[in-house]
Design a protein around this ligand. Structure first.
Ligand code: SIN
Ligand code: CO
Length: 392
């Protein structure tokens, strides 16, 4: 990949951004993504917030008085809201609005599995979600209107929070830098940096959020894997036991023995990558699976591809592959999926949301590979979208 200076990163190369800012300090980029100004509007977001399966919240408040309501909402909700000081948050809008796909692909220089979703926030003047920190990286991209953003101190689990049953808001906020973001501007915020945005006028902000699994989540998958493989016959052993002075203590050598039992299970690269890839490719929402497409026969499917019909990945599905020497394993939505063994096909499929025909067609050089990709299409993991344009 040539690493040239990018307007998206304010003239930095990808590597400069990663070295100087990523997970380290905030970066403001004016006019990083001018297209964001027209990607959605309040009516579209309010419409999404009426849907049962879409996660949405309304936060009302200012200073230290905050209320939160959880969606789905109904039309009347919007009639009862005041003119000022409220914010509608709609999670994962990129799963439902394909116009966000080219915007997200601008961030393809980051590991694809790290991208969680795009959350939209529509705020009436004065609206805010309050001073807080997130445990993950976020790019705040201004849609329409203006929002006043402040960034503050580095927080951790000991940072004092306001007492609120539902919201994790900071008791103290020490402003270090502040800016007014206008349509197309972008602010990158690393994990745990306090931030606080207030709508100057009615405005929309899109937050591209990243996933960063906690030790607890990873441990949960490790335990599930150990239970699934049923290691109950592998047991503690102490053939080198020494006679003890104090038999009531858990000795260092016993602790070492337990640690070795666990490390032995972690030290199997293929096993480790199997459960980690399953974890990483889990869809955001439990038990999600895409709606199936009407069946196409393999010839009809391949003809559409050859005609250049844009083929896209279902936005809510997660794809990743692992590699051990020559073996590559594909995972979609938490399950291992057999594949026809063309590594370049896996690279294209797992690396991009929009699968370009000119990359794909030359790789589909056997009936088996066409049939396999068509099966993914029929299951709904892929779909054709004649209106798709790769230009954000
Ligand atoms: C917002 O857009 O109001 C909140 C986004 C965030 O702080 O991550
Ligand atoms: Co935030």
């Amino acid at each position: 990949m040539t690493d040239k200076a990018l307007p998206l990163l304010g003239g930095l190369t990808r590597q400069q951004f990663l070295d100087e800012y990523w997970q380290k300090k905030p970066l403001l980029v004016r006019q990083a993504l001018p297209v964001a100004a027209t990607l959605s509007d309040p009516e579209e977001l309010a419409g999404l917030s009426l849907e049962d399966e879409i996660e949405s919240r309304i936060i009302i408040g200012a200073d230290k008085h905050w209320q939160v309501q959880h969606g789905p909402f109904d039309e009347d909700t919007y009639k009862t809201l005041a003119k000022n000081d409220w914010t509608l948050l709609v999670q994962a809008i990129n799963f439902y609005l394909p116009q966000f796909t080219p915007l997200i692909s601008q961030f393809d220089f980051l590991p694809k599995w790290r991208i969680d979703d795009v959350m939209a926030s529509y705020a009436a003047p004065g609206g805010s979600v309050g001073p807080h920190f997130d445990n993950y990286d976020v790019f705040l991209i201004q849609g329409f209107g203006k929002r006043h953003w402040k960034v503050g101190q580095l927080c951790d689990e000991n940072s004092v929070l306001q007492s609120h049953p539902d919201l994790r808001l900071l008791e103290e906020f020490n402003t270090e830098e502040e800016w007014i973001l206008e349509p197309g501007d972008m602010l990158y915020i690393p994990p745990r940096i306090a931030h606080f945005g207030v709508a100057v006028d009615a405005c929309i902000t899109y937050s591209l959020g990243f996933t960063s699994p906690s030790t607890s989540q990873v441990a949960e998958y490790f335990c599930d894997d150990v239970l699934e493989r049923d290691l109950s016959s592998k047991r503690y052993a102490d053939p080198m036991l020494s006679a003890l002075e104090n038999n009531g203590v858990l000795t260092k050598s016993a602790l070492q023995q337990f640690k070795s039992m666990l490390i032995e299970e972690l030290d199997k690269p293929e096993v480790l990558s199997h459960w980690l890839a399953r974890m990483i490719s889990e869809p955001k929402y439990n038990n999600y699976s895409p709606a199936e497409n009407d069946k196409l026969d393999d010839d009809a499917f391949f003809s559409l591809l050859k005609k250049g019909e844009p083929l896209l990945r279902d936005e809510a599905s997660r794809f990743i592959f692992t590699e051990h020497e020559e073996t590559k394993i594909l995972y979609i939505n938490g399950s291992e999926i057999p594949h026809p063994g063309c590594p370049a096909l896996l690279t294209v499929l797992c690396g991009h949301q929009a699968l370009e025909a000119e990359c794909l067609v030359p790789l589909l050089n056997t009936p088996k590979s066409i049939s396999w990709l068509n099966a993914l299409y029929c299951s709904g993991y892929l779909y054709f979208d004649g209106n798709y344009s790769a230009h954000a």
